[in-house]
Design a protein around this ligand. Structure first.
Ligand SMILES: NC(=O)c1ccc[n+]([C@@H]2O[C@H](COP(=O)([O-])OP(=O)(O)OC[C@H]3O[C@@H](n4cnc5c(N)ncnc54)[C@H](O)[C@@H]3O)[C@@H](O)[C@H]2O)c1
Length: 254
């Protein structure tokens, strides 16, 4: 399947985990892919793999919380490949999760940093990418949100609020530029067995989650890559402004 032949895709915050799997898939489907991340070493390894599979890519170091850095990422993408059609914004600062409690006890610096990366940073990507997509005659954006953006929990307050805000940013983008041919959607993963999740959770936790999910298994990075590649493709041309859960049915029963 070469659905993305001729397209230029920017994957922001995608050196590892589900973002990396998605970048590889976009490359296999024909896109030229820029992988932007704070972790340049991992981004470069990913692009090397893409190239070894016959694709074309570029690794760029950037910080999604810094407007100049995000602008430079978009500018370099266009300089190298001539345009920008597709964007997957996926960055998260995983370190914050362990310090993100409730509304009374969470340090405001944790709340602010969560929003700088998981919400404001996604806004910055949108701000600099949309004008390039309009020049290219349209485009598609997928943000990685979470089922957390549709629900709540007693802990991880900053994360849940940032993801809910991200769903709002996505809907704004969809309605503001839909008529000009830019679509925006969110994916909302449930528990996905990325390397980081495997390292940071116990088998007991995963078994507990497995029992909770209506489907027989937890999610994989391939589940995510398949949905993002579809939502960015012309086959999803009539899907706009949606927060699509990819969670084995978890969110429907809380
Ligand atoms: N893994 C899950 O179960 C799960 C569930 C729901 C939602 N999500 C969401 O999926 C996305 C990817 O998660 P993952 O599990 O693959 O995590 P991950 O940590 O492997 O990927 C996040 C990437 O963001 C990059 N990053 C961090 N800070 C950055 C910054 N300031 N600027 C640029 N890049 C930065 C990291 O280097 C990393 O490559 C996140 O948005 C996360 O909230 C994950």
């Amino acid at each position: 399947m070469r659905r993305h032949e001729g397209k230029v895709a920017l994957c922001a915050g995608s050196a590892t985990g589900m973002g990396a799997e998605t970048a590889l898939r976009l490359g296999r489907e024909g896109a030229r892919v820029v992988v932007g991340d704070v972790n340049l070493d991992a981004a470069q390894k990913l692009v090397d793999r893409m190239v070894s599979e016959g694709g074309e890519g570029l690794a760029i170091t950037f910080d999604i919380a810094d407007p100049d850095s995000v602008k430079a990422l978009v500018d370099r993408t266009v300089e190298r490949f001539g345009k920008l059609d597709l964007m997957h914004v996926n960055a998260t600062d995983r370190k914050l999760n362990l310090q993100d409690y409730d509304a009374v006890t969470t340090d405001l610096e944790v709340f602010d940093r969560m929003h700088a990366v998981s919400l404001r940073g996604h806004l910055l990507c949108t701000r600099f990418a949309v004008p390039e997509m309009l020049k290219a005659g349209g485009g598609a954006i997928v943000y990685t949100s979470s089922d957390a953006g549709k629900t709540s929990a007693p802990q991880r307050m900053s994360y849940y609020i940032a993801k809910a805000g991200l769903n709002g940013l996505m809907r704004h983008t969809a309605i503001r530029w839909g008529k000009e041919g830019v679509r925006a959607n969110c994916i909302c993963p449930g528990v996905i067995l990325t390397d980081a999740v495997l390292v940071n959770t116990t088998e007991e936790f995963r078994e507990q989650q497995r029992r909770r999910v209506p489907s027989p298994r937890l999610g994989t990075m391939q589940d995510i890559a398949a949905l993002v590649a579809f939502l960015l493709s012309d086959e999803a041309g009539w899907i706009n402004g949606q927060a699509v859960s990819v969670d084995g049915g978890s969110v429907m029963h809380g």
